[in-house]
Ligand binder design. Structure first.
Ligand code: 4AD
Ligand code: MG
Length: 431
């Protein structure tokens, strides 16, 4: 008897095998019982036939209920009607744990609030499994990309003494006799890392006390942030588009079944090839005003504006060179226009909004110092950051890609709450 994973079934035609998993579906019709089993590697239908089994074994198979954990032994046989081309003829069933109560999630429709309350169980549903598998591919592909491009992974702190992305979304926490803030972005530390290694990236959680209940905002989300020395805005955008094209291709190559299960229109993803369109902020304002949006130069884009812009393109689009007034202190002023900064945002297609924010950093000590003062920030906790400019400062740039928004776009999900195992939002911290 060979213990295998469901995914290995096609290589075991005719073999006696043992599977360990959970009951996903169950139906019986007199002499036959059909048990669909899940083990994390796939799904398979197992069939118990009364005439072939001892009465007790058949009764056990017949009485299985949803989400019972079991060990099933049986024979692999070809079945052209089955999705994986095989089924398992049951020879024995061992119940490991029978649910104490009826499993609360049934195939009928449930409200999202109920499902989020039961997130620890909802994660077992086939759609949620497919989404988490795609998320895993996305994360793996990110590491593969940066590794092959010669980046060093550089872990940045979670407890920080200062804000990176504005003081309005900081989470405060007591830190002995002081106050610490949960990191909004590892960027400032990555800039120090880039001066040591040339090319670095971090991959970790970021925290923002977003008081908005939109479908794009979490209070805890994951971000990958590359930072590169001797890099300008243009080169930064090239790395960003190469990364996104690589991620999309990895999902198309590795998650065909998962994409089919969640009914993603993959023709929209096959389109995602570099180069991506790039427009300036000023062009974007023109575009918005032409379609009658009431936005003035100097204002940042909201979800509405982002959707209008991204709908003009089939691929992700970069918007670069925003007004300095709506962006953080660390962004480098455009030498061609002091009112603009050398930043870039990437908007995903199909109205999924901003997935990347980044740009070139201010590398001049004096200019940076005056920007900190101008934005009314306390220089004390940023002294070390200024220090980085004192010794061999060079042109450098980087960006942050939000994992959850990328998963939402690639999976075609309406809301980011389904893109992370346990979402944290303004109105939800449980389970
Ligand atoms: O545009 P943001 O704020 O950029 C930064 O934090 C830079 N310091 C990154 C860098 O240059 N190293 O955030 C980057 C991305 C956004 O484009 C978005 O995808 C995601 O992080 N993001 C969020 N995702 C979910 N919920 C939130 N509240 C998010 N805030 C940002
Ligand atoms: Mg941004």
């Amino acid at each position: 008897m060979k213990e295998i994973l469901i995914r290995q079934i096609p290589e075991n035609d005719g073999a006696n095998i043992r599977l360990k998993g959970w009951v996903v579906h169950h139906r019986s019709s007199g002499k036959l019982v059909f048990v669909e089993l899940r083990d994390g590697s796939g799904y398979v239908q197992c069939v118990a036939f009364k005439g072939e089994l001892e009465a007790e074994t058949f009764e056990t198979a017949k009485n299985l209920s949803l989400e019972t954990s079991v060990i099933i032994e049986g024979v692999v046989r070809r079945d052209d009607r089955a999705k994986i081309g095989f089924e398992v003829g049951i020879t024995s069933v061992d119940v490991i744990c029978k649910p104490q109560e009826e499993y609360p999630i049934s195939p009928k429709e449930h409200g999202v609030a109920f499902l989020l309350d039961k997130r620890h169980l909802w994660l077992r549903s086939s759609r949620q499994i497919a989404i988490m598998r795609i998320r895993s591919t996305i994360e793996k592909s990110i590491h593969k990309f940066f590794d092959s491009e010669g980046f060093i992974r550089f872990d940045t702190p979670i407890f920080t003494p200062a804000s990176c992305e504005g003081t309005t979304t900081l989470f405060e926490t007591p830190y002995f006799d002081n106050t610490a803030y949960l990191t909004q972005s590892g960027q400032l530390y990555l800039e120090a890392g880039a001066m040591a290694h040339g090319k670095v990236y971090s991959f970790g959680p970021a925290f923002r006390a977003e008081k908005s209940k939109t479908r794009r905002h979490l209070t805890e989300f994951w971000m990958v942030e590359p930072e590169m020395a001797f890099c300008d805005l243009e080169k930064n955008m090239t790395v960003a588009e190469d990364l996104v094209a690589f991620i999309v291709k990895s999902v198309l190559d590795n998650n065909e079944d998962d994409l089919a299960l969640i009914e993603r229109d993959i023709s929209k993803l096959s389109n995602i090839k570099t180069p991506f369109p790039k427009i300036t902020y000023d062009d974007a304002i023109d575009l918005l005003q032409k379609v009658g949006k009431e936005i003035q130069w100097g204002e940042d884009f909201g979800a509405d504006e982002e959707t209008v812009i991204s709908n003009e393109f089939e691929k992700p689009v970069f918007i670069h060179r925003y007004p300095a007034v709506c962006k953080p202190f660390y962004m480098k002023t455009d030498p061609e226009s002091t009112k603009h900064v050398l930043n870039c945002d990437m908007l995903a297609p199909e109205g999924y909004g901003e997935v990347i924010g980044g740009g070139q950093r201010e590398d001049d000590y004096d200019v940076l110092k005056s920007k900190i003062a101008k934005q009314g920030l306390d220089e004390g906790p940023l002294e070390w950051y200024l220090d980085v400019r004192k010794y061999g400062s060079v042109e450098h740039a980087g960006f942050g890609l939000g994992i959850e928004r990328s998963v939402a776009w690639i999976c075609g999900l309406h809301h980011v709450r389904e893109t992370i195992p346990f979402p944290r939002m303004m109105e939800r911290m449980e389970p």
